[in-house]
Design a protein around this ligand. Structure first.
Ligand code: SAH
Length: 459
């Protein structure tokens, strides 16, 4: 490409012709892609260039000449500062189109699949108020305690007690809490000096039960929080658990190791796909319950259980996917690395009258051990964190030679990479669906079905 004449601070008229998976519109200037956030395909904008790289540039909207019909104001006055949502300026239909394309692109570009057996796009059932979890940083502003979100690419807390993705009740709880905390003289933790007490406020709510867990994340033990815990529980009957988690470290990781019960019980409960679940603070729980139920149903469909199969659920958290499938399985085993989540999974199985085994271990190590013992589960479900599975884990899965592998993933690129690895070693990609659990944001989930290929293995 010829060197562009484009410079920082130039202003140019740009037509937006495409959209990337992170929600930025893309226009062409002298053949070069210019990425502009908060635009829509069909917009004609005046664009101010903010950065020029070798083959592309970044711009911002300086004015809109012609607004695209794909635009829709989905509310929220802070999304452009917050960085949580990138699709609140376009219709959900357009967001869904972009997300489906992102999944297809990952499978073709990263996975190298020339034909993608795309099954369906499962839309997010609710577009607002769907998040069951909130973790809000706390700070001081003009002598008052505030909580909210870190402004985009910064560690400055912007005040916001009513994120449109969180349940409405969180806003009322937070406003009451901040008042109580201020009255008792609780200070906000300061990341720069390392001084002050309260770092984050964590909230999690059961979608079907309405039960709420509240946790104060502090830099040190703080006895006064016990009084506040008692008071907040008596103001909000929905709060069943108040905890204090102590994180003295200078780190971005929110939760520390030590947790103390301040009021109520140590867990909250919910129901997922008809299974009663108990959840501790450290246990992973899908943030959008209604959407996760749709995803789990798709995973269950792909598992095609007849009552005769052994199912191995790797990265099982509190056991939710496996337990939702247990009705169709002969035997269920789950593997998870967080001890509290494993304890929850065991309890959840017993509570629902399901016979299952849960192992607290690294999924890869456990899979290798099962493979070495000659285990041959019919179906293996995997739901790893964003980085996906490593090759040792995938090799152990291959060694167990399941009939079907159901891969659930919160990162479509690593899923496509891992599926390519399996596809090169005797498995065929039969179906892939995209499931949107995070309307408004750039995240999208994928679920794929692989089966032992009838064709001879490539390796
Ligand atoms: N399937 C569950 C959890 C998915 S999130 C659900 O749908 O709720 C991924 C889970 O993998 C988390 O619970 C995390 O604690 C766990 N995990 C992360 N690394 C792991 C590893 N190396 N071995 C086993 N589990 C791991």
């Amino acid at each position: 490409m010829e060197k562009t004449s484009l410079k920082k601070n130039d202003e140019t008229v740009l037509e937006i012709t495409d959209m990337n998976a992170l929600g930025s519109g893309v226009g062409k200037y002298e053949g070069m892609a210019v990425f502009v956030p908060f635009t829509a395909v069909g917009d004609v904008i005046r664009c101010r260039i903010v950065k020029v790289c070798k083959n592309y540039a970044y711009g911002i909207i300086a004015g809109i000449e012609k607004a695209s019909p794909r635009r829709e104001d989905r509310g929220c006055g802070v999304y452009s500062k917050c960085g949580g949502c990138c699709f609140r300026h376009i219709s959900y239909e357009e967001e869904a189109r972009i997300k489906e394309k992102a999944v297809r692109d990952a499978f073709s570009r990263v996975g190298g699949f020339s034909e993608i057996p795309f099954d369906e796009f499962i839309p997010c059932p609710e577009h607002d108020r769907y998040r069951n979890k909130a973790q809000l940083p706390v700070a001081e502003e003009n002598g008052h305690l505030i909580c909210g979100f870190y402004s985009k690419r910064s560690h400055r807390v912007a005040k916001c007690t009513d994120c449109l993705l969180a349940p409405e009740i969180y806003s009322r709880i937070l406003c009451t809490l901040l008042e109580m905390l201020e009255k008792k003289g609780i200070s906000a933790y300061d990341e720069i000096t390392g001084k002050g007490i309260l770092r984050h406020i964590f909230l999690r709510r059961g979608y079907h039960t309405g039960e709420i867990m509240l946790c104060f994340v502090t830099s040190a033990e703080c006895a006064v929080l016990r009084d506040i815990a008692r008071d907040i529980i008596s103001s909000f009957g929905e709060i069943v658990s108040v905890l204090m988690n102590i994180n003295p470290d200078r780190t971005n990781v929110i939760l520390g190791k030590k947790t103390v019960l301040l009021a109520g019980r140590e867990y909250m409960t919910d129901i997922m796909c008809g299974v009663k679940v108990r959840l501790s603070l450290h246990s992973f729980y899908q943030v959008n319950t209604a959407a996760a139920e749709l995803l789990y149903r798709k995973a269950y469909e792909y598992a095609a259980l007849t009552g005769e199969e052994e199912v191995l659920d790797l990265y099982c958290g509190a056991g939710t996917i496996g337990l939702s499938m247990a009705k169709g399985a002969k035997k269920l085993t789950g593997v998870e690395i967080i001890p509290d989540a494993v304890e929850n999974a065991r309890f959840n199985a017993a509570e629902n009258g399901i016979e299952a085994e849960f192992l607290c271990a690294d999924a890869g190590a456990a899979a290798a051990a099962y493979a070495a013992k000659g285990a041959h589960p019919h179906v293996i479900v995997t739901d790893p964190p964003r980085k996906g599975c490593d090759t040792d884990t995938l090799d152990a899965i291959l060694k167990m030679s399941p009939e079907r592998i159901v891969m659930v993933s919160c990162d479509v690129s690593t899923a496509a990479r891992d599926i390519r690895y399996l596809a090169d070693r005797g498995y065929s990609l039969d179906k892939v669906s995209a499931a949107d659990m995070y309307a408004g944001t750039a995240h999208v989930e994928a679920v794929a079905l692989l089966s032992k290929s009838k064709k001879p293995s490539i390796t």
